[in-house]
Design a protein around this ligand. Structure first.
Ligand SMILES: [Zn+2]
Length: 507
């Protein structure tokens, strides 16, 4: 294969805002990055082909550092999409269509959001009974932290399990959700592989060439390994298994960092609380719109500390979901406790979402070099945040600017299917934010760096991707516009005109 000379407005992400005019690829690797003249000298008489993008933007492929990849693909193939429903009638209509797709078994839906319906009315058990009185029906809230089930689904639960949720309304939150989920038949390998490929196809369309994906169970890794073995995995992944599975993985000498250029094991995932949308995020003081409600603590402090120390001492990065200020406080304490004296954070322990902070928590994040995995679409999707947590606490909600200015590694992601999978929305939400929270923005340069290099760092991929530099793999994307226009075009949802992975054009 001849070498390939790429010309364009190349934003290398070697560091924030760095530019180059030319890049040379040999097979799947980048061998030169620099000026046009420099590339000419480098190539000499070597035969090569040229792709000249003029003044159009060339970037490393995006890396979504927090996504539920298989769940997203599975949802698209097997569940009613309830995102964007206008009201409960609309929700019901979509579920009834889903019910017609098979004659038996579970009917599932994902993505409802009662906040968006008239009177903010939750769907109920009785409502879902009108979809089917004989087949189990379960629908998951957009945040993933609450489900509603019908009578046929709840009939499968023990009395003790029923008591963990609200049997009357059918609403189950957080850990109680597993009482229902465990009855859903496991997906076949073929279904799982199809789901990964479905999600990968959409991700690639958006210029996302690598993901850090949360695994519901460690065996979901099997899907990626099977596809890689058959040369069918079109996207790189780092899989973050649940904490409960790490000793099992460790028994096979697998820990964070183990894997290949396509499939790798990332950190151990733990939840410390729920979501603001379901009022299960753990707050130090009560919710502003629900007196006396503080949210839900998933593990008491000692338990969380022990789990974190156990995972870290077994060589696992910590990946901990924390939304409320109290959850962030307890999570940071647990991570710091697991770090010993080493403040450089070599295992790159991360906090997911870090939604509500305060001054002391920011100081701890800075001092201990904690990686923050942020999902900017939360800012644009949750305009009710000020009602829920009040003006004072909202000032420290999604404090991207504050953290960036203090040198914190912010890795960007979508949290899809909690949010839609759109690289344009991830970036534009970071740079334009929303009327309820207009400050704390990142610049375009910073958001791009966060969605490429920082994300690569967060998922232990910065040695091979995340920037366009000699020695790295040729995963890159091209936009059909100049850099000056890119921010505004992203706000309108532009997707890349070309996507390359491993030196091959795939879109
Ligand atoms: Zn998530």
């Amino acid at each position: 294969m001849p070498m390939l000379l790429v010309l364009g407005d190349i934003r290398t992400q070697e560091s924030v805002g760095v530019k180059a005019d030319a890049m040379v690829l040999e097979e799947h690797r980048i061998v030169f990055v620099g000026t046009r003249d420099g590339a000419k000298d480098f190539l000499g008489q070597t035969p090569h082909t040229v792709h000249d993008y003029g003044q159009n933007v060339v970037l490393p492929g995006f890396i979504d550092s927090h996504i539920h990849f298989l769940a997203y693909g599975m949802g698209r193939l097997k569940q009613a999409d309830l995102m964007g429903c206008s009201d409960l009638d609309d929700l019901l209509k979509r579920l009834k269509v889903q019910a017609t797709k098979s004659d038996s078994g579970w009917i599932e839906g994902r993505g409802f959001d009662q906040q968006a319906y008239p009177n903010k009315e939750w769907p109920t058990r009785a409502l879902l009974d009108t979809v089917s009185s004989t087949r189990p029906v379960v629908i998951t809230r957009v945040c993933g932290h609450a489900v509603v089930a019908n009578s046929a689904a709840l009939a499968l639960l023990t009395p003790a399990e029923l008591a963990d949720g609200n049997a009357e309304t059918g609403l189950f939150t957080e850990v109680a959700i597993s009482h229902i989920r465990r009855h859903i038949p496991k997906a076949t390998h073929a279904d799982q592989d199809a789901a990964v490929l479905e999600a990968a196809n959409i991700a690639l369309t958006h210029g996302i060439t690598a993901v850090g994906t949360l695994l519901d169970t460690a065996d979901q890794l099997g899907s990626y390994i099977r596809l890689e073995k058959d040369n069918r995995l079109p996207i790189r992944m780092t899989g973050m298994p649940p904490y409960a599975s790490i000793h099992h993985l460790k028994a096979f000498a697998m820990q964070t960092g183990f894997g290949s250029e396509y499939v790798k094991i990332g950190g151990a995932k733990l939840f410390s609380d729920g979501s603001l949308g379901a009022r299960t995020a753990l707050m130090t003081d009560p919710y502003s719109d629900a007196p006396g409600v503080y949210g839900e603590r998933i593990y008491d402090a000692d338990d969380l500390n022990n789990k974190c120390s156990d995972a870290a001492s077994n060589g696992f990065q910590l990946v901990i979901h924390a939304i409320g200020d109290q959850a962030n406080q307890e999570t940071l304490a647990a991570i710091i406790g697991a770090m010993g004296d080493d403040r450089s954070n070599p295992l790159r322990h991360r906090v997911e979402h870090i939604s509500v902070l305060n001054t002391e928590l920011v100081e701890q994040i800075v001092e201990w070099n904690i990686v923050c995995a942020i999902q900017p679409q939360f800012v644009t999707s949750d305009p009710w945040t000020v009602d829920r947590i009040g003006t004072e606490r909202s000032k420290f909600a999604y404090a991207f600017r504050t953290l960036w200015d203090r040198g914190v590694v912010l890795a960007l992601g979508s949290d899809c299917p909690v949010e839609v999978l759109s690289s344009a929305k991830v970036i534009s939400s970071a740079i334009f934010r929303a009327p309820w929270s207009p400050t704390e923005t990142l610049t375009l340069d910073e958001a791009l760096y966060g969605y490429t290099f920082n994300s690569a760092y967060a998922i232990f991929r910065d040695d091979i991707i995340g920037s366009l530099e000699p020695g790295k793999l040729a995963d890159f994307i091209v936009y059909d516009c100049s850099y000056d226009d890119l921010g505004n075009k992203l706000a309108t949802g532009i997707i890349p005109s070309e996507v390359w992975t491993n030196g091959v054009r795939v879109r």
